[in-house]
Every structure is written in structure tokens, then in C-alpha cells.
Design a protein around this ligand. Structure first.
Ligand SMILES: Nc1ncnc2c1ncn2[C@@H]1O[C@H](COP(=O)(O)OP(=O)(O)OP(=O)(O)O)[C@@H](O)[C@H]1O
Length: 254
């Protein structure tokens, strides 16, 4: 297996919207301590779609959460848009996540009492109203949600709910969209629709996407796949095909 690339030198940081260097994450102390990340370094170029794969327990979700400022690190550094986030106060971190990052999770995390449109607009800031309206319309139409905007989550299919969650995450034009198993609760057709949209957001709008997935077919939508094993990046594939991803996973799972 090839060695994955380390974080880039300082001069390249501006080309990478997120840079992790030497990330270590331990949970607990003493005999019960678990080290989930053991020195993970990776850089995420602007406008690229990266998938993170690896066996169960290899540290994928921990890595995504540390990278996105949802969890603290034990040591190491995370730069988002050039800002070192590991030392930020809780308030500044919350503001950075709200203003600059988007999130999509396996469970759609929509508010049940709000309509699809209200859910989508929940995190959107009011800036230039006309531009905001245009962008809202662009996302809603691209995701095929136009005739579902007045529905509440319980009146939507899983695929539609996840598309609402993706629209909500993209409304603020985040520097990075972080997705943790976004298709984990969807049938293969709905999953493919969500993945197709993420792909086109990268291709059409230059969106940066970082996605954790178990599914080789999902990972094949990405520009590259980083493979984690036992808290370390052990392999990287560029322009992955489903067969290549399967082959690496088979080797890793022995
Ligand atoms: N809050 C926590 N407290 C203690 N240990 C944790 C915690 N979260 C994760 N871990 C441990 O850290 C390791 C990595 O977990 P993580 O959830 O990041 O793996 P994963 O690759 O995303 O797994 P899966 O594919 O099963 O979701 C595992 O050994 C897990 O048990």
C-alpha cells in the first residue's frame, strides 16, 4: 500500500480549504483509554470531493468530527480556511461552524415541526436578499424539492428528507460540506440521487465536500478516497472506481 500524502507546506495552505496535521485523538484515560486517531495528516483542496473509508472503528467519524470542529483533538492542528481551530473558544468555534461549514448526517436532523422550506432556511443568514433567493431557488430546483417545500419531514421520504438536509447545509455556501454517512439510511436509488447532487455541487459550484462512507459505490463519486485503518491514513486513491475501492477494502479487511 502506498503512503498517503502528508499535510502540505505552509505556502500551499491557501489552496487547501482544510488541513489536518498530526491529529491525535484519545478518548478516556488510564486502562480504558482508546486512541482513535494516531497522527493523521491530510489536506483538502478547494473544490474537491474527498471520501473517507476504512473498517468499522478505524476512526473515520472521529477524523471528520475533529476536522469539522465538532470534537476536540488531543494534539495536532486543524486549519479551516487558514484559521487554526483547535485553540478557538467554544463561541468562536460555533460561529465558524455556522458561518463557514455545512453538515449532513446519516440521520437527517430536521426539525419535525418545521416545513421543508423552514428547515432549509433555518441556518441561512440574511445577506443580499435577492442573491439569497436566487441561490435558494437554484438549490431547491437542483434537488427536486420545489413541490415539497410546504411539507413537514414526516410527510417526506427518507431521500427527500436528506435532500432537504443537503439544501440546508448548502444555503450558506459553506467552505466545506462535511457529510457523515449521508446515504446510510437511504435505499440505493435515493442514495444515488443525493450523491449525484453532491457531485454536481462540486462540479458546478466548486463546492468542497468531505464525506465518510462505508459504501464503495458512494466513495466512487469522490475525486479521491482516503483509507483509514486503526487511526491512521494507510492508502489513498485518486479518481476511484467502485472496483478499486472494493479491492482496497478487501485487502484492508484481510
Ligand atoms: N466518545 C467515545 N468514547 C470512547 N471511545 C470512542 C468514542 N467515540 C469513538 N470511540 C472509539 O474510537 C474508535 C474510532 O471510532 P469511530 O467512530 O471514529 O470509527 P469509525 O471508523 O467511524 O467506525 P464506524 O464505521 O463503525 O462508524 C473506536 O474504537 C471507537 O470505539
Amino acid at each position: 500500500m502506498t503512503q498517503a500524502s502528508a499535510a502540505p507546506p505552509a505556502g500551499q495552505v491557501r489552496d487547501h480549504v482544510a488541513v489536518a496535521s498530526g491529529l491525535v485523538k484519545s478518548y478516556g484515560t488510564g486502562d480504558g483509554a482508546v486512541t482513535a486517531l494516531r497522527g493523521v495528516s491530510a489536506a483538502f483542496p478547494r473544490g474537491q470531493f474527498t471520501a473517507i473509508m476504512g473498517p468499522s472503528g478505524s476512526g473515520k467519524s472521529t477524523f471528520l468530527h475533529c476536522l469539522a470542529g465538532l470534537d476536540t483533538v488531543t494534539s495536532g492542528s486543524v486549519l479551516i480556511g487558514g484559521v487554526e481551530i483547535t485553540g478557538l473558544s467554544r463561541t468562536r468555534l460555533t460561529r465558524l461552524r455556522r458561518d463557514r461549514l455545512g453538515f449532513v448526517f446519516q440521520s437527517f436532523n430536521l426539525l419535525p415541526m418545521l416545513t421543508a422550506e423552514e428547515n432549509i432556511r433555518l441556518t441561512g443568514r440574511l445577506g443580499n436578499r435577492r442573491a439569497d433567493r436566487r441561490w435558494f431557488d437554484t438549490i431547491v430546483d437542483a434537488l427536486g424539492l420545489r413541490d415539497r417545500l410546504d411539507h413537514r419531514p414526516s410527510e417526506l421520504s427518507g431521500g427527500q428528507q436528506q435532500r432537504v438536509a443537503v439544501a440546508r447545509a448548502l444555503l450558506t455556501r459553506p467552505e466545506v460540506l462535511f457529510a457523515d454517512e449521508p446515504t446510510g439510511n437511504l435505499d440505493s436509488r435515493s442514495g444515488a440521487e443525493v450523491l449525484g447532487f453532491l457531485r454536481s455541487a462540486v462540479d458546478s459550484y466548486g463546492q468542497t465536500v468531505v464525506m465518510v462512507t462505508h459504501d464503495p459505490a458512494a466513495a466512487a463519486h469522490a475525486d479521491r478516497v482516503l483509507f483509514l485503518a486503526d487511526g491512521m491514513i494507510v492508502h489513498e486513491l485518486a479518481g476511484p472506481t467502485i472496483d478499486q475501492v472494493h479491492a482496497v477494502m478487501r485487502r484492508m479487511e484481510g
